[in-house]
Write a protein that binds this ligand. Structure first.
Ligand code: PBG
Length: 340
């Protein structure tokens, strides 16, 4: 070590017993004391499905993300397995002609999501397939539930969500993820699944889902942006609230949720931490479309290092207590982790 003497005339001795920097002095010790780690096992890859064949269409507000035709979702599924990603989750871009106020297409056993589930489970049965229960990809008004005038009907919507969940389970979905935020839907879906013998189909509840501006690019990706009338504040949570998230999670767990989710991700790390510490249940974070767009746009402008920002953002979810992360970065980060 080259120990240069302190400049004469200055007493630099701070007499520090504790010097945290010692444990940061080299890569080997930084690795040794590291408290959290991100691996491919932590990732869930959200995939957008579109009608067509051999088709991939770019999502303008999410550079690097494409909508995939059913055959291409199988290609993605194989890639997920190869990269060690445990599960994918599906969102459909529904043809506007198929949308109606009741979201009937959600119950079609041959809708895009059902066809993709069947194709993926047939090609790569070992990959976990999660489907979203909510009506917004199918309703002409863009809301997650049925409407009467301006009002989103709760119990009537739950009845349809139950049918939607059964439709997805029959297609072979491993996990149903209700993202609609209607009261009581987890319990109703659990009962219906059990009644039909789907005892092993899990429920990942979007338990604490906030009415967020960060969903913008997603609505572009599934084509609900133009359609949406008003906002979702009568069912999604107020970003000002934290205790309420715990009550939502508690209800979903009591109703039979196997896993819970906090959404969006980065602005809600405090909620992830509280949920994980309070319930100790498998707790997932959704790094949503707007978060992906922010990091990607800044990187494209050369304003930050995209790969590093991506890695840091994902590790932060682990540090906050998340069991895993739904992220559009999944294939990219898994590839990087594989290379080491
Ligand atoms: C809708 C749903 C949304 C997302 C997942 N499911 C959007 C919304 O509530 O409007 C957002 C995901 C994202 O922004 O990446 N049920």
């Amino acid at each position: 070590m080259n120990q240069s003497p302190p400049p004469s005339g200055f007493d630099l001795s701070l007499n520090l017993v504790r010097r945290p920097r010692r444990n940061r002095k080299s890569d080997w010790v930084r690795r040794l004391v590291r408290e959290n780690i991100l691996t491919a096992d932590d990732l869930i890859w959200p995939i957008f499905v579109i009608e067509g064949e051999n088709l991939r269409t770019p999502v303008a507000s999410m550079p690097g993300v494409e909508r995939l035709s059913v055959d291409q979702t199988v290609v993605a599924a194989r890639k997920a397995v190869e990269l060690g990603i445990p599960a994918i989750t599906l969102f459909p871009f529904t043809d506007p002609d198929l949308k109606d106020p009741n979201g009937s297409e959600a119950l079609n056993e041959n809708n895009l999501v059902c066809r993709a589930v069947r194709a993926m489970k047939q090609a790569v049965p070992q990959l976990g397939v999660i489907t979203d229960a909510a009506l917004d990809p199918y309703t002409s008004h863009g809301h997650d539930g049925l409407m009467e005038g301006e009002k989103i009907l709760n119990d009537e919507t739950v009845a349809v969500l139950v049918e939607q969940a059964l439709n997805q389970a029959r297609a072979g979905a491993d996990v149903i993820a209700p993202s609609d935020m209607m009261d009581g839907r987890v319990g109703a879906i659990r009962m219906a699944l059990d009644r039909e013998g789907f005892l092993d189909v899990q429920i990942m509840a979007y338990a604490a889902k906030y009415a967020s501006a960060f969903y913008g690019p997603f609505r572009d990706a599934i084509g609900t942006k133009a359609a949406l009338i008003g906002d979702k504040r009568t069912y999604q949570m107020d970003p000002a609230n934290s205790d309420e998230a715990l009550r939502e999670v508690e209800m979903d767990l009591e109703e039979g949720a196997d896993m819970v989710m906090v959404k969006p991700g980065m602005p809600y790390l405090d909620i992830i931490r509280r949920v994980k510490e309070t319930f100790g249940a498998p707790t997932f974070a959704y790094q949503v479309s707007g978060e992906y767009a922010m990091i990607t746009a800044a990187a494209q402008n050369g304003w930050l290092d995209g790969d590093k920002a991506m890695m840091e953002s994902l590790l932060a979810f682990k540090r906050a207590g998340a069991s895993g992360i739904l992220t559009y970065f999944a294939p990219r980060v898994a590839e990087m982790l594989k290379k080491g």
